[in-house]
Design a protein. Structure first.
Lengths: 411, 297
């Protein structure tokens, strides 16, 4: 009798467990991101929510910070990637070979149309869930701009005039934190469309960048802009060695007028002083005939490794992350616009700026569309070399050309 | 006739078993990566793709016309030999000073040695905050003395010297410990005999201390030299290799070429040359100091 009872209890237990997973998925997902701090907590809460709804799926959340790209490159070299991983703007140019096309996913129809330019390949396939649209322009100390009696600059000349006025009044025109070479590279990358993709030849120049026939002497104008900022004394004295940790402080302390960076720097600044009058403005156009523009594209995006053994579970995770409340959460903690339509985001102090520039032209991140993967590093080195006096414009142009040719050949 | 008992290992077998773990580790973590590194250096591999092409010695021929490599090589020599020279001088001075008995001697030794126990990256960040332009302690001091603020790390050559000085201060404690051990092994009777013969302090130092310290100098020099030639963390945390590429060491350049420039083939070629260079320098120094040691006996 006892044996029968035990058998029945075991059967009941087995049935209940089976019933619990009957409608759900099972498996073990490895998810890689580079979220830390508040963003890390938000992402973790999404994972916890997913696990609660899918008790059969175990999730290992791997977080890498500055070395995320290096870790992913090592993983790619061994063809051993996490099931779900962040593509940080490089889903097509770098990770496509390893990603599963996601065109048929239920959330695909909701993707903000402007994002397709940066996430879709020539075959019309895309490989990520774009949680956000990384919209940025020139970060501005708006209070200082007003105090100096300046209007928002629309052209490069007006921008230079603002920097001159700031300098004349003892302020830094453009703050560059060159210890991290991304800082001068942002100037080059964000301003490149202004100098190269203008006038009747804009499309032709864009095509020449993509097909390898670009005349690299034209790049000198972009490097010259960076050097003009430096040579005219518009940059901070320590532009080659300042730490990025100082960027938000210098804005809050009203020491600097402009910074070429992502809007996340504003979020950090508002953490220091929520009342600081800061914002972002469109990139100045080359002349009055051209339109100022914002720069946007893939940012907090996740894809699925095409050889994953847990593709269904991975798809379920992306579907869960695509829910409006999760998109909203990620967009808000990252200070970026949502990547899916129908999601209303409270971007706090950024909201009026997003609204103000709602109809502004958006250019994709220049290097991600027009340059081969790997050129960002070259821009970092040439930009850093220029402001540090370690190279000349001619050498920097040549370095860009040589590496562009080499990296294109590798593709 | 003596017969070996079954189940009892011979001396050779014991030696084999005891050295096996070290040999296996050397093969797995040194020999195989080295061979693979040489193999990769003959390709144009980008570091992550599943495809690459064999390009022969092209990466090696490119090395010596590449200003970035030449600059990193020059910096590495400065970091390696410069640091070693000053670490030796400071290490010997500290050792002579702190070998004598005085109150708080142990604490003083600990303070001098402590930085050597901290990760280079952290040491670099701390020093960066001291020498940075705005809010840097060094500039505060300069201004206190009526001077003008300076962007200390903003000029390549000056930044290289600053990194070398930081490395020297960071590891001179390690040299000090080796020299204290060396000093303690010198028998007192040598000094007593020299005193009886009327030798002054300088003569005793030059004719007894220095020759007897040669084994310690060999150890310390090799360790410091190899450490300096392999320098990575300090460069990354103080300048990131910049401005431009002006402060890169060979190690930090390899990292940049591999991961940022996506040129794993070329990075491997730099790695192989770095390995050969450090090995050659170590052998020559070891040979020279061994000769000195023999002469001092």
């Amino acid at each position: 009798m006892k044996k029968v009872l035990c058998l029945l209890m075991a059967l009941a237990l087995a049935l209940s467990v089976t019933a619990a997973f009957a409608d759900g998925l099972s498996g073990e997902l490895v998810i890689a991101s580079r979220y830390t701090g508040v963003q890390g907590e938000a992402f973790e809460s999404i994972i916890e929510g997913f696990k609660a709804e899918n008790p059969g799926i175990k999730v290992e959340n791997q977080t890498f910070t500055d070395n995320y790209e290096d870790v992913m490159k090592v993983n790619m070299s061994g063809n051993q990637l996490p099931d779900v991983f962040m593509t940080h703007g490089w889903s097509v140019m770098r990770y496509k070979e390893y990603l599963l096309p996601l065109n048929d996913e239920p959330w695909a129809k909701d993707i903000v149309p402007g994002l397709f330019g940066s996430i879709m390949d020539a075959d019309g396939k895309f490989y990520v869930l774009p949680n956000t649209n990384a919209m940025t322009g020139v970060l501005v100390q708006n209070g200082l701009l007003k105090e100096l009696g300046l209007e928002i600059p629309k052209t490069v000349d007006e921008f230079m005039h603002c920097c001159q006025v700031a300098k004349d009044n003892g302020y830094v025109g453009v703050y560059v934190a060159g210890k991290d070479s991304r800082s001068p590279a942002y100037v080059l990358n964000l301003m490149a469309p202004s100098f190269l993709l203008n006038g009747a030849d804009a499309a032709k120049t864009g095509a020449s960048l993509q097909d390898g026939s670009f005349d690299w002497t034209k790049w000198a104008a972009v490097n010259q802009f960076l050097m003009d900022l430096k040579d005219k004394g518009y940059m901070n004295v320590d532009c080659a060695t300042a730490d990025t940790a100082n960027q938000s402080e210098t804005l809050v302390a009203k020491e600097s007028l402009f910074i070429f960076q992502r809007t996340s720097v504003l979020i950090e600044a508002w953490d220091i002083d929520p009342e600081a009058d800061l914002g972002f403005i469109p990139m100045p156009a080359m002349n009055a005939e051209e339109e100022p523009y914002l720069v946007g594209g893939e940012s907090q995006a996740f894809g699925i490794w095409k050889d994953s053994k847990n593709i269904e579970a991975a798809k379920a995770f992306l579907a869960y992350m695509a829910r409006p409340e999760n998109i909203k959460l990620i967009a808000e903690v990252c200070g970026e616009a949502p990547g899916l339509q129908g999601v209303t985001v409270d971007s706090g102090n950024l909201t009026p700026w997003f609204e103000a520039w709602a109809n502004t032209k958006v250019q994709p991140w220049f290097d991600r569309v027009y340059l081969p993967s790997g050129m960002w590093a070259i821009m970092r080195d040439t930009g850093s070399g220029l402001i540090g006096g370690a190279t000349t414009i001619e050498n920097a142009d040549q370095t860009m050309k040589d590496n562009y040719d080499k990296l294109r050949a590798q593709q | 006739m003596f017969k070996k008992k079954a189940g009892v290992a011979t001396d050779n077998q014991v030696v084999l078993v005891m050295t096996a773990p070290a040999v296996i580790l050397m093969i797995v973590f040194v020999a195989i990566p080295l061979v693979m590194g040489v193999q990769i250096s003959l390709t144009d591999w980008n570091g992550y793709s599943q495809n690459s092409n064999y390009i022969g010695l092209a990466n090696y021929t490119k090395l010596f016309s590449d200003p970035m490599f030449m600059r990193a090589f020059r910096n590495t020599v400065i970091y390696g030999f410069g640091s070693t020279l000053f670490q030796t001088i400071l290490g010997v001075l500290y050792a002579l000073l702190l070998q004598r008995a005085f109150v708080l001697r142990g604490l003083t030794r600990t303070i001098v040695y402590l930085p050597a126990m901290i990760a280079q990256l952290l040491v670099g960040y701390v020093w960066y905050f001291m020498v940075q332009y705005n809010r840097g302690a060094l500039n505060d001091l300069v201004m206190l003395l009526g001077g003008t603020k300076l962007d200390w790390l903003g000029e390549g050559n000056r930044a290289v010297l600053i990194i070398m000085i930081i490395n020297t201060l960071n590891f001179c404690g390690k040299a000090m410990i080796i020299y204290i051990a060396g000093l303690n092994s010198i028998p007192d009777m040598y000094y007593e005999a020299a005193s009886v013969d009327g030798a002054n302090g300088w003569q005793q130092f030059w004719n007894i201390t220095m020759p007897q310290l040669i084994p310690a100098i060999t150890t310390s020099t090799l360790l410091n030299l190899i450490g300096g030639l392999k320098m990575f963390g300090l460069v990354i945390s103080t300048t990131g290799g910049g401005p431009g590429y002006s402060t890169h060491s060979l190690s930090s350049l390899i990292n940049t070429l591999y991961f940022s420039y996506q040129d794993a083939g070329y990075a491997s070629a730099v790695g192989v040359v770095t390995f050969v260079f450090i090995m050659a320098v170590s052998i020559v120094i070891r040979w020279y100091l061994a000769k000195k040691e023999a002469a001092a006996q």
